[in-house]
Design a protein around this ligand. Structure first.
Ligand SMILES: *[C@@H]1O[C@H](CO)[C@@H](O)[C@H](O)[C@H]1NC(C)=O
Ligand SMILES: *[C@@H]1O[C@H](CO)[C@@H](O)[C@H](O)[C@H]1NC(C)=O
Ligand SMILES: *[C@@H]1O[C@H](CO)[C@@H](O)[C@H](O)[C@H]1NC(C)=O
Ligand SMILES: *[C@@H]1O[C@H](CO)[C@@H](O)[C@H](O)[C@H]1NC(C)=O
Ligand SMILES: *[C@@H]1O[C@H](CO)[C@@H](O)[C@H](O)[C@H]1NC(C)=O
Length: 486
């Protein structure tokens, strides 16, 4: 391509950004990973891919520093376990705002626009723990923002799961808030409205499909033609996202707040760990969604473009798999910043990978060719490896479903070895079951990963919270004892 046509491409690209929806697309950046990419690399990746906004789940100082002067708008998060202290103490809220908002806005020039107070705090799984805490926490954080002189530029909100509202029929127009929290929801909505704050909702068509084997597959996607289309008083719903979103619009309207602005806090599709989770379906869903966003198209009740944050940016291999094995595979990018499939966020270019990523050595831990499948240590060793590593790509209809028994075992051994940064001791399973190899055991879609350089590795033992905090020497030794006893 000559420089003239390159120049033209640049101009066209630029125009595409300018004429796109004012708010642009956002991404959720979570960090529950054994080997998170360095924040500076992620920020570069966000910019290279045209993300204009990012949503965080806490207020990590290193991440916020990396976002300094990036031009990216930021939603910082307050984890649910901080709601108790923030609800009970105005001082705690003021301290939180001072340390996690004011400091970054003033000294680091971070463009913080929202504070997400809690994350899906009304999920049934929490047994109502946060029901009495959310509104007072919202109020205290709001007062703290006012005191800090930031209330105009920084708005509070709370990302809620779509289970806070429901429809008595299958029609969006019958939508209202869940009966057990109805009064509280109306108070929260009134509070958001009074403070010029948006309602933030997480909507997951994938979960509709996952939970209900009879759910009509096409209705989960955006390519129309679903035989399950709903006619709601002349409004046609041919996908569950629109129907779900507008059930919220009706619930707001019914309670007197039909104009409250809405942010879609999380929307996306996972790529592994379930029969409906694969790159093809994820591409179909996310491209379908993004094509609407770039076309400036909203829902039947809210035709203006949706303000949304894709879920999620990068896979997180240390997330709980309590929701399902797919939970570690929501990323548009793999753990190392490699795009999983072509996706156009703007009208012109596909996702581009993260740059300057540093990998560990090209070596893998596999089951020794000399070892026998009948060795009694095989079972316990695999369970042990998988309890620390990530084996969610194994099993029915996953990316590594086609491995034979030896392949399965090797996969588990390797992931354990890589998570522990290729320490020799992490490839010493009992009875010489394992061996290090320089030949990549990956085949087809089944990737035996090599980890990226771990900034925490230098401080093994000092790290907390993730698998990296274990010292494998001790563990393998310990497991040897356990395994010989069993
Ligand atoms: C600021 O946020 C971080 C990360 O979420 C948290 O650990 C810290 O306690 C917060 N600061 C205050 C004063 O609450
Ligand atoms: C909620 O209740 C169930 C059943 O009583 C219990 O197993 C679970 O641990 C509780 N969860 C929380 C977050 O308290
Ligand atoms: C909602 O917005 C419309 C158009 O701006 C306006 O006419 C209407 O009065 C508003 N309704 C409420 C309840 O604020
Ligand atoms: C491989 O492991 C998965 C998950 O543990 C299991 O479902 C599958 O049957 C195994 N395949 C073989 C050939 O052992
Ligand atoms: C493992 O291999 C080493 C070295 O090849 C050998 O000395 C040892 O006896 C083997 N251990 C078992 C349990 O087979």
């Amino acid at each position: 391509m000559g420089w003239q046509s390159m120049g033209l491409v640049v101009v066209v690209l630029h125009m595409a950004l300018l004429i796109g929806p004012g708010s642009g697309i956002g991404a959720n950046w979570g960090t529950q990973a054994t080997h998170p990419l360095p924040p500076s690399i992620v920020v570069k990746m966000l910019k290279d891919n045209g993300f204009e906004k990012v949503k965080l789940f806490d207020a990590d100082a290193n991440i916020l520093k990396a976002l300094s002067k990036s031009g990216i708008q930021v939603m910082v998060g307050i984890p649910n376990d901080m709601l108790l202290s923030l609800a009970n103490s105005e001082q705690a809220a003021q301290n939180w705002v001072a340390q996690n908002v004011s400091a970054h806005v003033s000294s680091n020039a971070v463009d913080i626009r929202y504070v997400a107070v809690g994350n899906e705090p009304f999920l049934a799984a929490y047994n109502g723990t946060y029901i009495g805490l959310l509104l007072p926490a919202l109020q205290n954080v709001q007062s703290a923002l006012v005191k800090a002189g930031l209330a105009t530029q920084v708005k509070v909100t709370v990302p809620l799961n779509a289970d806070v509202y429901q429809s008595s029929s299958n029609l969006p127009s019958d939508g209202d808030f869940r009966s057990d929290i109805h009064q509280l929801m109306v108070q929260i909505v009134q509070f958001l409205n009074d403070n010029g704050s948006p309602f933030t909702i997480n909507i997951y068509p994938f979960i509709s499909l996952y939970n209900d084997p009879n759910f009509p597959t096409d209705f989960a996607f955006f390519d129309g033609g679903s035989s399950s289309a709903i006619n709601d008083g002349g409004r046609i719903y041919d996908n569950v996202f629109d129907a779900n979103h507008d059930t919220l619009v009706w619930a707001l309207q019914k309670n007197g707040y039909g104009n409250l602005s809405i942010i879609v806090g999380e929307i996306g599709w996972p790529t592994d760990g379930d029969k409906n989770a694969n790159p093809k379906s994820a591409q179909r869903f996310n491209q379908g969604f993004m094509s609407r966003v770039t076309a400036g198209k909203g829902t039947p009740m809210r035709p203006s473009p949706v303000d949304a944050y894709l879920f999620s940016l990068i896979d997180e291999d240390a997330k709980s798999i309590q929701p399902g094995n797919f939970e570690r595979h929501w990323g548009l990018f793999y753990f190392d910043g490699t795009p999983k499939y072509p996706l156009r966020l703007t009208s012109s270019n596909d996702l581009v990978p993260a740059k300057d990523v540093q990998y560990q050595a090209k070596k893998w831990c596999v089951m020794s060719p000399m070892a026998s499948l009948d060795d009694p240590q095989v079972g316990p060793s695999v369970s042990y490896a998988c309890s620390h590593a990530d084996c969610t790509s194994l099993g029915f209809a996953t990316s590594c479903a086609n491995l034979d028994a030896r392949g399965n075992i090797s996969y588990a051994f390797n992931d354990y070895y890589q998570i522990f940064d290729q320490l020799d001791s992490a490839c010493m399973f009992p009875n010489n079951l394992s061996v290090v190899t320089n030949t990549d055991p990956s085949s087809g879609d089944c990737k035996f990963r090599i980890m990226i350089h771990n900034p925490r590795a230098a401080a093994v033992g000092a790290a907390q919270g993730t698998a990296t905090s274990f010292t494998p020497h001790v563990i393998v030794f310990f497991s040897l004892i356990v395994f010989t006893l069993t």
